[in-house]
Design a protein around this ligand. Sequence first.
Ligand SMILES: [Zn+2]
Length: 118
Amino acid sequence: MVEALETSLHDAGEFPACDSCGRHSSKGWSFAFKRPVPDGAKDEGMILKCARCAIRHRPMVRRSLIVALVVGSILTLLNQGDILFSGSWNGALYWKVPLTYCVPLCVATYGALSNARR
Ligand SMILES: [Zn+2]
C-alpha cells in the first residue's frame, strides 16, 4: 500500500506527508513503520514519518534502549569488568561506561532507520 502511494506521489513530483506532523520529506528522508495496533486487532498498515518524527518513534526508541542496555552491559563487563570488580575505579570510567552504552544505542537506531527508509 505504501509503495503504491509513494509511486503515485513520486510520479506527481511530490513526496508523501509525514503521518505525525504532516511535513513533506525529500527523497530518502521518509521512514515507514508498522502501524501500532491494539492487542487482538488485525490491521497491519504502515505509517510514514519524516526524519524528525522517525527518530522519536517510540517503539523504535524502546527497542534501541533495550539493545543498548543488553549489549552495553556485556561490552562494559568485557572491557571494564576487571577494573569494576577489583574496586579500583578511576576517573576515565565515568566517560567510558556511558560511551559503551551509547555505541549500541546508535547502531540499533541507525539500523532501524536505514531499514525503514523509503
Ligand atoms: Zn513528521
